[in-house]
Design a binder for this molecule. Structure first.
Ligand code: KG4
Ligand code: ZN
Length: 344
């Protein structure tokens, strides 16, 4: 089936046209078109995403991207399904995509369904699926999924493609949010994740021993707010030296994040006898984190599945994957913006 998906949950406006085949037993995806209009430059002067500015930009970008799709040969009459992200995200931004999808569906008489942004991230690794047979796919379960984005940090156990259990989540800030806040403390621009990663390469990860929150606790909860506060106190107390070398702080902060993410994930793999490890979400674009979790999977002798770079941060292609699986399993979401929509 051919799916047109619309993603406007935060600061990326994205449309994708994806051909999905194979059903739930071996889903396969061919991306025919994938357009992303980033608003980073608009929000950067404010140090974060401004919801009403995001809404205004989505309203401007959506018809522009859609015309671009048509110029590339897209024909809505050949589409089977239209999907729009219903949440979680910024409600004014979500509504723009939902309304746009509904208007398109209404005029072309096509079904429109709501999809969960977190399911988009969760299934994003399937866009570059290495599975050739149903058996190969079945062999990946149970899988441990680490979903790390700007709004979420969670460890999940996947018993099959459609059955999951959340093992633990962050109790306060998400990992990406901590990257963004620490970047701001160091005077780096938004979004902070890629900026911290860049300068951390030149720093010493052992320069400052920041805390590893929750690492010693016998559960799968995370907490990154304390780590951010520890960086804040350090920066305040050492303002002069930091100006000279923020790279050491960035590297030491990143080392703490990696230790916590890898430590909790290791515990989950062991306890659940996982047969694969999946890393998804915007923070999964971080090469140091990919490397650490890749090494962990290799040590445990299980496959490591991670999306290609363009599918980590918010994009519509992953939402088409979520739409296909939701459509087949009958678990769709109402076409109504829900800023705190959770995984059910
Ligand atoms: O998944 P995403 O695009 O949006 C949400 O659903 O939240 O994730 C965005 C988050 C931001 O906090 C951003 O700083 C972080 O992902 N991020 C990174 C990197 N690239 C993006 N964090 C660390 N290292 C990166 N390379
Ligand atoms: Zn996201």
């Amino acid at each position: 089936m051919k799916i047109l998906s619309v993603e406007t949950s935060c600061d990326e406006t994205s449309l994708a046209v994806v051909e999905a085949t194979g059903g739930l037993s071996l889903p396969r995806f061919k991306t025919e078109h994938h357009l992303i209009a980033s608003q980073i430059a608009i929000h950067r002067p404010f140090g974060g995403v401004v919801p009403n500015l995001a809404k205004r930009e989505h309203l401007k970008n959506l018809p522009f991207l859609y015309n671009d799709l048509r110029a590339r040969g897209f024909d809505i009459s050949k589409t089977d399904l239209i999907a729009a992200t219903a949440g979680p995200g910024l409600e004014p931004a979500l509504w723009t995509g939902i309304n746009f999808a509904q208007a398109l569906g209404g005029s072309a008489a096509k079904p429109v369904l709501g999809v969960n942004h977190l399911e988009g991230h969760l299934y994003s690794f399937l866009l570059s699926s290495p599975f050739r047979t149903k058996r190969e796919l079945e062999k990946m379960f149970p899988a441990i999924v680490l979903l790390v984005s700007g709004g979420h940090t969670m460890l999940m156990r996947l018993s099959s493609l459609t059955e999951w259990h959340i093992l633990g989540e962050t109790l306060d800030d998400a990992a990406g949010e901590a990257y963004d806040k620490v970047a701001r403390l160091l005077g780096l621009p938004y979004p902070g994740g890629p900026e911290i990663e860049k300068i951390a390469k030149k720093g010493n990860p052992h320069a400052v021993e920041f805390p590893r929150p929750m690492l010693g606790k016998p559960n799968y909860s995370f907490s990154f707010s304390g780590l951010k506060t520890a960086v804040l106190y350090y920066v305040k107390a050492n303002a002069r030296t930091i100006k000279k070398n923020p790279a050491d702080i960035a590297a030491s902060f990143q080392a703490a994040v990696i230790d916590v993410l890898a430590g909790k994930t290791r515990k989950a793999i062991t306890e659940h006898e996982a047969r694969s490890l999946v890393l998804v979400g915007g923070v999964a674009g971080n090469r140091a984190i990919r490397e650490a979790l890749g090494t962990l999977a290799a040590e445990k002798k299980i496959p490591f599945l991670v999306p290609t770079m363009e599918h980590n941060t918010d994009n519509a292609a992953m939402m088409a994957v979520a739409a296909y699986i939701a459509h087949l399993s009958g678990k769709t979401y109402p076409l109504k913006a829900d800023g705190s929509l959770s995984l059910s």
